[in-house]
Design a protein around this ligand. Structure first.
Ligand SMILES: N[C@@H](CC(=O)O)C(=O)O
Ligand SMILES: NC(=O)OP(=O)(O)O
Length: 315
């Protein structure tokens, strides 16, 4: 049995940013700062999750999230199993709930889930005895992405409070935007949403977010410019006239970026579509934090798994 640390994190699951207090968020970011140091050492292994079993269950494609959850679990000493949904009995018609019950019978301690349906991860959490982490559910939430973005911002700007953060692109279909909006607002940032009107959720301005349909206006004096991919897999119909037009008006290039503060930083959760929402020179330029976001992704996922450690089943 492991010596699970006493946690300052009072939740058994991480299903979303919604429901976390600013103190919860701060505790996870502080813990993640420590994990960055662990990951930069030659010996990267801790024993917090020794003897524990983590299952990664991804019903949607992933490069960053799945691999960083795998590395995070392994760096904490867990046995990590990646379920390959593509070659699983889901393909034979087994439901999410039956799949969950089957995996639950194998006594995992943590299940990390990505699913195309909003709410699927909450449902799964009710059907299993272990901790569940949301790795993205439809257009609903992607909490560890928002946490890694917050960590990246805090480490580069020294704070989150008071910063002007422009989230640009397909806000309507993006779980990254949603989780970031909740987190950044809770931590006192000024959140701007910049998109064509077809890609802004109806009535979003009433929730206190400043909305812009012009990049030129939305980027003016921003501290952080966060670009989003067009979520074509969730689009039903045509939301933009053409990729060329979209890039012209909403793609981030050096000219548009020059309207933000001179020390503005550029973020993107990945995967990027170069020449659609972002130009290559900006993505690879001196103001880009995109690679650092990936590094912070491992640290944040280690922090989340460690924070849940004191709530794992004792059986
Ligand atoms: N990788 C992120 C963003 C994206 O796919 O555009 C997500 O799964 O939500
Ligand atoms: N940012 C993100 O979630 O990337 P993946 O879809 O590659 O996991």
């Amino acid at each position: 049995m492991t010596d699970a640390p006493r946690s300052v994190f009072p939740h058994r699951h991480l299903l979303g940013i919604e429901g976390l207090s600013p103190l919860d968020i701060q505790a996870l970011l502080d813990l993640a700062d420590q994990q960055v140091e662990v990951s930069r050492q030659i010996e990267k292994r801790k024993s917090t999750l020794r003897g524990r079993t983590q299952i990664n269950l991804f019903f949607e494609p992933s490069t960053r999230t799945q691999s960083s959850f795998e590395l995070a679990g392994k760096r904490l000493g867990a046995d990590v199993m990646n379920m390959s949904v593509a070659s699983s009995s889901v393909k034979k018609g087994e439901t999410l709930i039956d799949t969950a019950a089957t995996l639950n019978a194998m006594r995992p301690d943590i299940i990390v889930v990505r699913h195309h349906a909003a709410g699927a991860v909450h449902l799964l959490a009710q059907k299993v005895d272990c901790s569940v982490v949301n790795a993205g559910d439809g257009a609903h939430e992607h909490p560890t992405q928002a946490l890694l973005d917050a960590l990246t911002i805090r480490r580069n700007k020294g704070r989150i409070e008071g910063l002007v953060v422009a989230i640009c692109g397909d806000i309507l279909h993006s779980r990254v935007a949603r989780s970031n909006m909740i987190l950044l607002a809770a931590m006192g940032a000024r959140v701007r949403l910049v998109a064509p009107s077809t890609l802004l959720p109806p009535g979003i301005g009433r929730l206190g977010f400043e909305t812009f349909t012009s990049m030129e206006e939305g980027l003016r004096d921003a501290d952080i410019v966060m670009m989003l991919r067009l979520q074509r897999e969730r689009m039903n119909g045509s939301f933009v006239p053409s990729v060329k037009e979209y890039f012209r008006f909403y793609g981030l290039d050096q000219d548009k970026l020059s309207l933000a503060k001179p020390d503005a930083l550029v973020m993107h959760p990945g995967p990027m579509n170069r020449g659609v929402e972002i130009s290559s020179d900006v993505a690879d330029g001196a103001q880009s934090l995109i690679r650092e976001q990936v590094e912070m992704g491992v640290a944040v996922r280690m922090a989340v798994l460690e924070a849940l450690a004191s709530h794992l089943p004792n059986r």
